[in-house]
Ligand binder design. Structure first.
Ligand SMILES: [Fe+2]
Ligand SMILES: [Fe+2]
Length: 338
């Protein structure tokens, strides 16, 4: 598994924009300049141009370690820090590969049960991140709304993946439910501890898990695509991907401009394509989070433009519990909240 694979927006399928969908590309003018990418031109019955509005690409500490940083503002880590990052990532890859081998052995031919287990586990890290950040907030160490908003939106998206797998019968056998739910409990405490000690490591671990989810769905779509196109989409999927309020759907996709991804769900194939694409968006968000302070809500760019005061908001944060305690004894309590 290429757990450390770099996910760039051009690697993933984008929504072809026809005349009706182009209305979603509102001319938002964000403070931070947008990169407008002309990805490709599809030759179909009618010519469809794929355009994608993206925020500037986010970096990961891995970029610096590998000498391919694309952001000049990101300070290069010291030799010691590079070593620590490599150890963290090696541990994460070992853990992820070990779990994948166990799942491969247990769920070789039972796809929906495997997806149910994956999705039960997938929500857990976002809940663990929010738990630790809530604790920091209670102590006055943390005042950054973006992280809580984005992580909740991520858990909301993963919950709908779980509901879809349940509607497809992935949770039919008690053993699968027992296994998934007990792994989830262990995973919660492990992630919370890891996040308190090293947020960077915890975010990288989640990137590994999301990367595995992307690869799993991508393989499934390629193998079962023709059959999936003949099957109806679960109602929960239609309601989620084509419902009225898409704020949270946009919120977890931090490298995309809101309103630029609006799936059309006609059959089960469309559902799995969009679940796979969601996993790719989670990967990009987790990668961005590995650089401290890098995460912003996609909606915050527009909100900052509407409200000049929010751009001046003082934000308090810290990187892990050691840094939080250190800052709490050397600086004044947070005065401004948002
Ligand atoms: Fe998922
Ligand atoms: Fe996921």
């Amino acid at each position: 598994m290429a757990a450390t694979a770099m996910f760039s927006s051009s690697l993933f399928p984008t929504t072809p924009l026809n005349k009706s969908s182009s209305q979603f590309l509102r001319p938002l003018s964000f403070r931070q300049p947008l990169s407008r990418i002309r990805a490709s031109v599809l030759q179909d019955k009618e010519e469809k141009v794929i355009l994608q509005d993206t925020f500037p690409s986010k970096t990961s500490p891995l970029d610096s370690v590998n000498g391919n940083s694309s952001n000049d503002n990101t300070p290069s880590p010291s030799a010691w820090e590079k070593g620590v990052i490599k150890v963290e990532q090696s541990v994460n890859i070992f853990l992820t590969d070990s779990v994948i081998k166990i799942l491969d052995a247990l769920y070789r031919d039972r796809n929906y049960a495997r997806f149910f287990v994956l999705e039960t586990i997938a929500r857990v890290p976002y809940f663990a991140f929010m738990s630790i950040l809530h604790m920091y907030e209670s102590f006055g160490w943390w005042r950054r709304a973006d992280y809580l908003k984005v992580h909740f939106a991520e858990s909301w998206n993963e919950m709908h993946h779980l509901l879809i797998m349940e509607e497809l019968g992935g949770n039919a056998w008690w053993f699968d439910r027992f296994l998934a739910q007990h792994i989830a409990i262990f995973y919660y405490f492990m992630t919370a501890l890891m996040y308190a000690i090293s947020p960077r490591m915890a975010y990288h671990f989640s990137e590994c898990v999301e990367s595995h989810a992307f690869e799993t769905y991508d393989k499934f779509i390629k193998e079962e695509g023709e059959e999936l196109k003949k099957m109806p989409a679960p109602e929960v999927a239609v309601n989620y991907y084509m419902g009225g309020d898409m704020y949270l759907f946009d919120e977890f996709q931090t490298s995309r401009v809101p309103n630029t991804r609006r799936p059309t769900i006609e059959n089960l194939y469309d559902v799995f394509v969009n679940i796979r694409d969601d996993e790719a968006e989670h990967c990009k968000t987790m990668k961005a989070c590995q650089t401290h302070g890098n995460l912003r809500s996609p909606h915050s760019y527009a909100e900052a433009e509407d409200d000049d005061e929010s751009a001046c908001t003082i934000e308090t944060d810290c990187e892990g519990i050691v840094d939080c305690i250190k800052k709490s004894v050397t600086s004044n309590p947070a005065k401004v909240t948002k």
